[in-house]
Design a protein around this ligand. Structure first.
Ligand code: DC
Length: 219
C-alpha cells in the first residue's frame, strides 16, 4: 500500500508520517532527504549551485539507502550515516535549488520509487501525489500557515542544537515555498484527488488520527 503525503516545509509531514509509520508498521520514506543528500554531496565537493552538469553527474553516482532504528530513519549516503549532516543550515539553504534541476529530479524520482518497491510505505514530499506515485492508494495534502510552520521549524532547530533565529527560519520557509511551488517539474501542488488537511490549529495527535482514519477506510 502506498500512502502519499505532500505539503510545504514545516507543515508537519515529517513528524506525522514517522508516527503513522511506526504505529501501523509501514516504512516511512522522506523524499526530501534524497534531495538533501545531493545537496550535501555538492557542498562536500565544493560545487557551486550553478555547476548543474557536475551536480547531475554527482546525483547519478551516489547511493542513497534508508534504514530505521525503530525510532527514526537513518539516511545513508554511499554507506555513511548522514542523517544529521543533511539537516544543517548550509544544506537547507541550497536544497530547494538543487531539487529544481530537472535531471536531478528524474534521477531522485527513480531512487524514491526503488526505495518504496514492494513495501507498505508512507511517502512524504512535494510531488509524491502528482509525479512519484500518481496512483497512490491514499493522497493527502498537509497545509499550515507560514508563521506556524516557521515556528515549528524554529523549535525543531532549537531541540537539535541548530543555531538560527525565528526570522531566518521564516525567510527560509517563504523562499522555499516560492521555489517549491514554481518548479517547472515536480512543483508542489494539490492533486485533484488529495484530501486536504490544514494543521494550523490542530495538534499532531489530531492530524495523525485523521490520516490513520483515512488509511483504515482504504484497508
Ligand atoms: O522536506 P524537506 O524540507 O526535507 O525537503 C528538502 C527540499 O527538497 C525542499 O526544498 C523541497 C525539495 N523536495 C522536492 O522538491 N520534492 C520532494 N518530493 C521532496 C522535497
Amino acid at each position: 500500500m502506498i500512502v502519499a503525503i505532500d505539503g510545504p516545509a514545516g507543515s508537519g509531514k515529517g513528524t506525522v508520517t514517522k508516527r503513522i509509520a511506526k504505529e501501523l508498521g509501514f516504512i516511512n520514506l522522506d523524499t526530501g532527504a534524497t534531495y538533501r543528500c545531493v545537496a550535501l554531496q555538492a557542498l562536500r565537493s565544493k560545487l557551486s549551485i550553478k555547476d548543474e552538469e557536475e551536480i547531475i553527474k554527482l546525483a547519478n553516482n551516489i547511493e542513497i539507502t534508508i534504514d530505521s532504528n525503530g525510532n527514526e530513519d537513518i539516511i545513508f549516503l554511499n554507506g555513511e550515516d548522514v542523517s544529521k549532516d543533511i539537516r544543517t543550515k548550509e544544506v537547507t539553504n541550497i536544497v530547494s535549488q538543487v531539487s529544481s534541476i530537472i535531471p536531478v529530479r528524474e534521477i531522485m524520482v527513480d531512487v524514491q520509487r526503488n526505495l518504496a518497491k514492494g513495501r507498505n510505505v508512507i511517502v512524504e514530499g512535494r510531488d509524491i501525489t502528482t509525479v512519484v506515485f500518481p496512483n497512490a492508494d491514499l493522497k493527502i495534502y498537509l497545509d499550515a500557515s507560514e508563521e506556524i510552520r516557521a515556528k515549528r521549524r524554529y523549535s525543531e532547530n532549537l531541540e537539535k542544537g541548530i543555531n538560527t533565529t525565528y526570522e531566518e527560519v521564516l525567510e527560509n520557509v517563504k523562499m522555499r515555498d516560492y521555489n517549491d511551488m514554481h518548479k517547472k517539474f515536480g512543483a508542489l501542488k494539490k492533486a485533484k484527488d488529495a484530501i486536504v488537511i490544514d494543521s494550523t490549529n490542530l495538534k499532531i495527535d489530531e492530524v495523525v488520527d485523521k490520516i490513520k482514519d483515512e488509511i483504515k477506510k482504504k484497508i
